[in-house]
Design a protein around this ligand. Sequence first.
Ligand SMILES: NC(=O)c1ccc[n+]([C@@H]2O[C@H](COP(=O)([O-])OP(=O)(O)OC[C@H]3O[C@@H](n4cnc5c(N)ncnc54)[C@H](OP(=O)(O)O)[C@@H]3O)[C@@H](O)[C@H]2O)c1
Length: 708
Amino acid sequence: MNVALIGCGAIASAYADGLAACPALALTCCADLDADNAAALADRYGLTPYTDAGALLAAEDVDLVINLTIHTAHAAVTRICLEAGCHVVSEKPLAMTADEAQSLVTLAEEQGCVLACAPISGWADAQQMAGRLVRDGHIGPVRTATATGNFGRTTEWHPAPQPFLEIGPLYDGAVYPLTVLTTLFGPVERVRTADAALLLDEHAHNGRSFRVDTPDHVTAVLEMADGPLVHLTASAYVPHRTRHFSSLELHGDAGSLYLDDCGNFDGDTDAPLLQVARLGRPYRPFPLPRPPHPLRYASLAVDAARAAERGAAPLASARQAAHVVATLTAVETSADAGGGRPVERCGFDRPEQLPWTQDPFPHPDAHPLAVRGGFAADDRPRSSAPTGGSLSRSHLDPAPTSPPRRRGSQPEAALPSLPPIGFGCSRYRGGSTYVDLGNAMADALATGIRLFDTAELYGTDAELGALLTDGCGLPRERLFIVGKVWNTNHRPDHLRTAAEASLKRLGLEAFDAFLLHNPTAWRHQGPLGDLSRLSHEEATARTFPTTAAGDPARADVDLAETWAAMEGLVEDGRARHLGVCNVDADGLADLCSLSGRTPELVQVECHPYRHPTALIEAAHARGIRVMAHSPLSAPGLLEDETLRQIADRHDVSTAQVVLRWNVEQGIVPIPSSTNPDHVHANADVFSFSLSDEDRTAIDALHRPDFSR
Ligand SMILES: NC(=O)c1ccc[n+]([C@@H]2O[C@H](COP(=O)([O-])OP(=O)(O)OC[C@H]3O[C@@H](n4cnc5c(N)ncnc54)[C@H](OP(=O)(O)O)[C@@H]3O)[C@@H](O)[C@H]2O)c1
């Protein structure tokens, strides 16, 4: 079958790439009003270019046309292709009015041509699985749904945003959830109510500014003939990276179901595409086929070609697409008709500022409505220790931790305000594996984690920096960022360069704590700023220099000299506190004996199998805070039977027991995880406390000879 592409814009090459993998469909020619666009696509795929669709249809022997023109041109281009006797695949929407869409369906039938319309996503794995769960009654009869098509400010993500701004979010973003809804439940019966607003009349990005006249935020309530009452929002104002981009949430008598992205058709995403919650239970990701069934943009052409061959309707049928357009037109008409009513104020005014709006993160028990068994004005928290069982996860941020106070002359910790738990930003997972931590760092931040452990070795500081600067919305002083200089950069000039380069990648002026990754110096290997782009093997070769005998290649750099350079960073405002990793009690004492600043933080491997008691006691005795790295990854630890029994008693996971055990010693664990459930659970260790019996059992797990 010969195929032509009409419209050679941003999406055309995705279609062309897919067609190249499909021998039954031969892409031969293309057209675009912009001659450069047409020529560029033609050059790349060996096609004959045209600037006029009519000329292409007259000159070429085309069986199937893929219409990728701008939204408002879809109907006219589809019409001339059908009139020329071609099968047509149209990008969405099929047309801009219900009448236009219906007339195309009729024309295709009269001409005996197949007419298919994007999106194909209703037939993708997650959407189909959702349909099966609904059909099988997994969540009971579905009575209400929330659907979003929030494609956000097009100026942020599309090279040619104008056509999107002209048509508004309804005829683009809303098409995805409506296509899935109608695939699952059939037609919409009526629009109960609708409203359209223009929230921002100018969208700007990178110095370009676009006027907007079409409503950029539309809401509607739709009644389906045989399905739920749907609350639909389509917005070009709500950013597309928010929680609800193209989402669909169904609520049934027995549970709920959440589709994260109705437009996803290739399964290529880190977020769980489908989640299901039994009534009253939390959402859980629902497993989908791995690898996913590979749908591509060109799958629409395959669908149309198969339909033509079999004399059947395509899956992505024009009738459904026309019905979606009819729904959009009805929403528009309903919104235009208005129906707003003023509302009586009843003497109600905006409340006075609540305490937390003045001091955003007070201690939990300072809340005037905290329930602690009494209402006495001087009611005090049950325990001033932040490790008490009454605290909740949201108190990660406010409740600083301190090392346990003992009788005697223990000095005050120099770092009293460390958050109780942090997030480890190393992407290394043993063997030769690196993981992607982008989403996990964002999850950690969203969960309330404020301490991030970075290092130039980890290659993740630019990603964290983007997260922190790109709207984490927190003032800098709410965050605690730890950095580390790698062993190959101990010489003072290298150390300074390394610290400044890390700060630059993080977008920060200063580290809250800057640590020596190890007290020993290795041979300099040049700057390490490009580690994020290297494979594990390449990065290892760069960062672990060896001698001919295979031993670490040491460098002759005196620790005192290195430490003086660290102190220089504090003096210049590039680090607020200093520390060291991977020392024992003697190593810490050596460092403390150097003149100048003593370390205020020591980071070591610490978990129930490896408890460096001497070091911890020595550190706490000097007022030095201890941070536990690799708290969860000791082989067998999370499956340990003793920990399992304790976890079961508290109805938590073994990981939570281990983290809680650290926190109760005033040690700050910095677990890492790529799993959103784990990230949340790791932050949630404040709703239980270990008994003396638990602690004794955990302490007994220590193995003096433990090594990885
Ligand atoms: N200073 C140093 O020399 C040094 C050395 C090593 C590490 N560190 C620091 O310590 C941080 C943490 O150490 P690490 O990266 O070795 O990892 P870790 O935190 O000890 O363990 C991570 C592993 O545990 C799993 N995990 C996490 N939470 C879990 C949970 N709740 N339930 C079950 N499994 C869970 C993770 O899998 P999922 O992803 O599937 O959750 C991952 O495989 C590093 O990121 C780094 O910042 C410092």
